[in-house]
Design a protein around this ligand. Structure first.
Ligand code: IVH
Length: 733
């Protein structure tokens, strides 16, 4: 990889990891498995190590995930709350030990091995034994005060038993037991509500609720395992601390090991792996800590994690079973996805009979055939995946899977045409079959379910089952039509069968009605995301929402047209380059002429970058621009916009800087003929511009009036454009 390629890749990975950090820490709604996340982060860390010239303190590899949300008081931790580095195999674990041996100049090291609890980090402050505060990790140095919510945890003592230090920060993890998680999800399933993904996310989401009464309805639990500030100091080792925590009456880990040397630590890690599924909390690893506090101090810490402790992550659970058949699901975008129908098998606390096969290419690549014995994996999240097959044990005559043949060349739901399209897959760009009928029932139901999901408009109560029913009964075609379904109709929906009816009910229906009303005032970015515009994901929607006032402006967005224009210019520039491979210049004359043309094109592109496209992020690229403009001009797009208008729903963008002067910096000097200085400043700010006191190369314009002073000279010296009031007003228009 060249440094330039590495730089691009690092930038892209940083954005991706930050996006997943936001989803995980702040919103408790991760999109990818912890395992996939760890791999992304590791790829980034490896590249940063390989290309240290691109290191940055702002990289997500260098900071602790930030869990702060609005509505809570922020509190500083007395001692920073750090994170832990991860290892995934024995070699990496031994490397950790080797580093410490070198650093401490002895190979006689004692460690503790403890379960790594998969919950939400919290710091409790006790003063003279009395609980005074509970704070989330936040961004390490300060977090959210969640004391009221933490007090709903039945097993959390308000008062420490026995002798307590004057002040102590005790750190641990808030979690939900599997049983409580199952109870809550069963309740939600009965009400046809979207299910929570896993106990960790639900615990994190719960503790961040502002209403403590709501929090109390879910039985959160806690376990403590480390210290922050402690005055006076009372422990000399991690083993001491474990004993102290017990003596203080705090909930602690079921089991920990104190061992000598890394060989013994490795054995303990294996023992823990056998036991960990019996614990009340979820564990995805072991934490190995240097036992001696004095040694811990010598080892010290980086900004992000201690050098004296490390997390060892266990491999996700897998199981073997038989692949009975492959069925085809149609998602909200119309993509036909293969699903494995399995002989039921027990894996990670539940019975599994279906798993994702990702796509047809993946099935081919892994050589998976119906009838095969397959290995399935569950990496912490809800949807298990088929990892591989065992061709040696294949039943005779098992044929390669052919998706097109399996669906008879048409959409299995609506019978419509299917076409081959490019899709992003885990292993790069791949191909998939897609139902071409926007009005396909499966697509409609998928879009409606998505529209109401927590990520989108959070119309709680309207999950996949209800969405499918509303579409099946032709009550909703496009998602916004959900506003037309009356309370009575919702209340009397039968989600069961004629023989075994399951009526949705008044209470659940009322919940939907309240939630859909609340959604009316959500910002443009949410609505845009909720409407499933092709190629517009969450972060793209956010960026578009910041740059458009409303749907009317977005539908024929000047910004998006400019993005397309720039793409055209770039394409032309490539073609006109004298040394273009596709179209090389033949004569010297032609070369010279094309060189000149390229210079003009370059200038035009640079003007767009410095002008209307200044500060526009990579999310808003030509593919997105083309998709969005095309969609809003298409019959389904126009139908959606008309429906929103009819419903009186006109979400506003959180426009921060769209205007004639977006990205422009002004310096004012002298007296203007009609405008007062404040008025001119107001106009600049309102149009998205900035006002600065001194002229530099970065200044876009100097607005000069009578008796302008040295700023005018400076502008001339630097070649900054100088304008008068008339020109200013013209530009503003
Ligand atoms: S000790 C200075 N011990 O895992 C390091 N952390 O992924 C203090 N965690 O930030 C952490 N179980 O929130 C420690 N037995 C355990 C843990 C544990 C879970 C959390 C903790 C940490 C995160 C790192």
């Amino acid at each position: 990889m060249t440094p330039a390629e590495a730089k691009d890749k690092i930038t892209a990975l940083r954005a991706e990891v930050s996006h997943h950090d936001e989803l995980y820490y702040r919103r408790a709604l991760p999109e990818i498995t912890d395992f996939d996340y760890d791999q992304l982060k590791r790829e980034l860390a490896d590249l940063e190590a390989q290309f240290p010239q691109f290191a940055s303190a702002a990289s997500p590899t260098q900071r602790v995930g930030d869990d702060r949300v609005q509505g809570f008081q922020e509190v500083a931790h007395r001692q920073k709350m750090l994170s832990l580095d991860n290892t995934y195999n024995e070699t990496e674990l031994r490397a950790f030990h080797a580093r410490l041996v070198k650093l401490l100049e002895t190979d006689d090291l004692r460690y503790t091995v403890e379960p790594k609890i998969d919950g939400l980090a919290v710091s409790l402050t006790y003063e003279d034994g009395q609980l005074v505060r509970a704070v989330t990790r936040g961004k390490g140095d300060r977090g959210d005060d969640i004391t009221a919510n933490a007090l709903t945890i039945a097993t959390l003592p308000r008062q420490l038993s026995g002798a307590a230090p004057r002040l102590v920060e005790i750190r641990g993890e808030i979690y939900l037991t599997q049983a409580e998680f199952d109870r809550i999800n069963a309740e939600r399933a009965a009400a046809s509500e979207e299910l929570y993904a896993n106990p960790r996310n639900l615990a994190a989401g719960t503790i961040k609720q502002l209403d403590s009464a709501e929090v109390a309805r879910r039985k959160l639990a806690i376990v403590l395992y480390s210290l922050g500030a402690c005055e006076p100091e009372v422990v000399r080792s991690q083993t001491d601390l474990q004993k102290k925590l017990r003596a203080w009456g705090l909930p602690v880990v079921e089991k920990y090991w104190t061992v000598r040397g890394i060989d013994e630590a490795w054995v303990a890690i294996g023992e823990l792996d056998k036991l960990r599924r019996t614990f009340a909390y979820g564990t995805d690893g072991a934490v190995v800590k240097l036992d001696d506090v004095a040694q811990q101090r010598i080892a010290g810490a980086t900004d992000k994690s201690p050098r004296w402790a490390i997390a060892y992550k266990y491999k996700p659970d897998t199981a073997r079973t038989r692949l009975k058949s492959i069925t085809i699901q149609v998602g909200k975008t119309g993509i036909l996805s293969p699903v494995a129908e399995l002989d039921p098998v027990f894996l990670s606390l539940s019975t599994i009979s279906r798993a994702t096969l990702h796509n047809e290419d993946e099935i081919r690549r892994k050589d998976i055939r119906v009838g095969d014995l397959v290995e399935i994996e569950r990496a912490g999240e809800v949807i298990p995946a088929v990892l591989r097959s065992f061709p040696d044990e294949r039943p005779r005559g098992a044929k390669e899977f052919d998706l097109f043949a399996a669906v008879d060349g048409k959409c299995p739901v609506c019978g419509g045409k299917i076409a081959r399209v490019e899709v992003d897959t885990e292993s790069g760009i791949g191909a998939a079959w897609k139902c071409q009928n926007y009005d396909c029932r499966a697509q409609r139901a998928g879009r409606l379910g998505f529209f109401c999901s927590r990520r989108a408009l959070a119309i709680d109560g309207l999950g996949e089952t209800v969405a499918a029913k509303l579409v099946e009964l032709d009550l909703v075609r496009d998602p916004p039509e959900v506003y037309d379904v009356s309370l009575e109709t919702l209340a009397t929906l039968n989600l069961g069968t004629a023989e075994e009816p399951r009526i949705f009910g008044e209470k659940n229906a009322a919940k939907i009605v309240a939630a859909r009303e609340a959604a009316r005032t959500l910002p443009l970015e949410k609505w845009l995301y909720a409407l499933s515009v092709p190629d517009v994901g969450e972060s793209t929607a956010r960026e578009l929402g910041k740059r458009h006032r409303n749907f009317a402006e977005l539908a024929d967005s000047p910004l998006l047209h400019t993005v397309l224009k720039k793409a055209e210019l770039i394409e032309r520039r490539e073609l006109e380059a004298p040394a273009s491979r596709k179209n090389p210049a033949k004569t010297d004359e032609e070369k010279a002429r094309r060189k000149e043309l390229c210079a003009e094109l370059d200038a035009e592109i640079a003007a767009l970058d410095a002008g209307p496209l200044a500060g526009v992020p990579s999310e808003i690229g030509p593919a997105v621009a083309a998709s969005a403009l095309e969609f809003f001009a298409s019959p389904p797009g126009r139908r959606l916009l008309a429906k929103l208008r009819a419903l009186g729903i006109d979400p506003w963008g959180t426009v921060v800087e769209v205007g004639a002067f977006t990205g422009k910096t002004f310096v004012l000097t002298g007296t203007l003929p009609t405008l007062k200085r404040e008025e001119a400043e107001q106009k600049i700010l309102a149009a998205g511009g900035k006002v600065s006191g001194s002229v530099s190369k970065k200044t876009s314009f100097v607005l000069a009036g009578a008796e302008a002073g040295s700023k005018l000279d400076k502008a001339r010296e630097l070649g900054v454009r100088v304008i008068d009031e008339a020109e200013f007003l013209r530009l503003l228009r």
